[in-house]
Design a protein around this ligand. Structure first.
Ligand code: NAP
Ligand code: ZN
Ligand code: ZN
Length: 349
């Protein structure tokens, strides 16, 4: 057992405070990682602030983890001490169901094991604790390799924001000449812009923040539509093949469906805390549209995404924060004031 420094919440209103947690001794297939950076995902905010049902406190959030391998179990073959590695939203799954065997561990039919906040069914029980910590121990099958030369802090958000947007863009087979809309320019949204551009698409950003327009273009967007301006929304009518929705708050999708052309698809990634306004079936029927959702990505696809990003020079635009700034960073995320991902420097824990 190792004692790790960490930041945890003890209730929905406690904020995050310094603490220590126990990490298991590395088993035969485990990798012990000295964490250097951990991205702040809006899912951390939803979970820690009790916006989704079922948070177990005390809880250390964080599932965009980058660090260095410090120790390995005797059976570990894929990683060596000193390797730069990542851990995303999954640390285990059943490894037996069709989804697991097909590389879709996130859709494990027996329930995946998230990096924080769920029972760890294979490692002596307890609740998994995430990456706002100085170390973590993870089975090598759920550890990713950070490509050589990639900036470690800017790579961290790829482990959730990167894969969560890459996976549906690949599933929709987005390629050269396609037009893609991205709703919300936060952590996921800015990765969706970069990855869709790297896949060859023309990208329209829908934002509620007119002040982000210039930055969206700098990120690579071809068009920016301020979604609160009906004239701008009308000008985007039927212009898109696909939309990636990354909004963390309750919002009405119907106005966005009108921007999709025939056979378009809207994939929802944001999981707001309350019910969303109903979708008008007529909007789907009139243009043979599809409305779907997508959950992060499997382990093999996450590695594919990291390698794709390395090849295309894609990383996250980050603002490094200290442990003492976590609560303030959460408030800024809720206010939509993030350019475009906060990353915790674990040296400050
Ligand atoms: P984030 O960085 O806070 O970005 C969310 C963006 O949504 C904001 O920057 C803002 O962009 C926009 N927004 C906020 N309030 C809005 C409103 N009332 N109406 C319209 N737009 C609004 O959050 P994130 O980390 O990217 O996460 C986004 C969502 O995805 C969260 O719900 C998170 O839990 C979820 N998520 C899902 C998965 C998955 O596997 N499906 C994985 C990770 C995260 P503008 O200022 O540009 O409008
Ligand atoms: Zn996340
Ligand atoms: Zn499974």
């Amino acid at each position: 057992m190792t004692v790790a420094r960490a930041y945890a919440a003890t209730s929905a209103t406690s904020g995050l405070h310094a603490t220590t947690i126990e990490r298991r001794e590395p088993g035969p297939n485990d990798v012990e990682i000295a964490i250097e950076f951990c991205g702040l995902c809006h899912s951390d905010v939803h979970t820690i602030r009790g916006e989704w049902a079922g948070t177990t406190y005390p809880l250390v959030p964080g599932h965009e983890i980058v660090g260095t391998v410090r120790r390995i179990g005797a059976g570990v073959r894929t990683f060596a001490v000193g390797d730069v590695v990542g851990v995303g939203c999954l640390v285990d799954s059943c490894r037996e169901c069709d989804s697991c065997l097909e590389g879709f561990e996130q859709y494990c039919e027996n329930g995946n094991t998230g990096t924080y906040g769920v029972p760890d069914r294979r490692n002596g029980g307890g609740i998994t604790q995430g990456g706002y910590a100085s170390s973590i121990v993870v089975d090598e099958n759920y550890v990713l390799r950070i490509p050589e030369g990639m900036d470690r802090a800017a790579a961290a958000p790829l482990l959730c924001a990167g894969i969560t947007t890459y996976s549906p863009l690949r599933y929709l087979d987005v390629q050269d000449g396609d037009t893609v809309g991205v709703i919300g320019l936060g952590g996921l949204g800015h990765m969706a812009v970069k990855i869709a551009k790297a896949l060859g698409a023309t990208v329209t950003v829908f934002t509620t923040s007119p002040t982000k327009a210039e930055a969206a273009i700098a990120l690579g967007a071809d068009e920016v539509v301020v979604s609160t301006d009906p004239d701008q929304m009308a000008s985007a009518k039927y212009s898109l093949n696909a939309i990636i929705d990354t909004v963390a708050a309750v919002h009405d999708l119907n106005q966005y469906l009108r921007t999709l052309g025939r056979d378009g698809a809207l994939i929802q990634l944001g999981l707001p805390p309350g019910p969303m306004p109903a979708i008008n079936p007529g909007a789907l029927i009139r243009k043979r549209l599809a409305y779907g959702g997508s959950l992060i990505g499997g382990i093999a696809e996450t590695q594919e995404m990291l390698d794709f990003c390395a090849e295309h020079g894609v990383v996250s635009d980050i603002e490094l924060v200290t442990a003492g700034q976590l609560d303030e960073a959460y408030d800024r995320m809720v206010a939509g004031d993030v350019k475009y991902r906060f990353v915790l420097d674990t040296a400050t824990l």
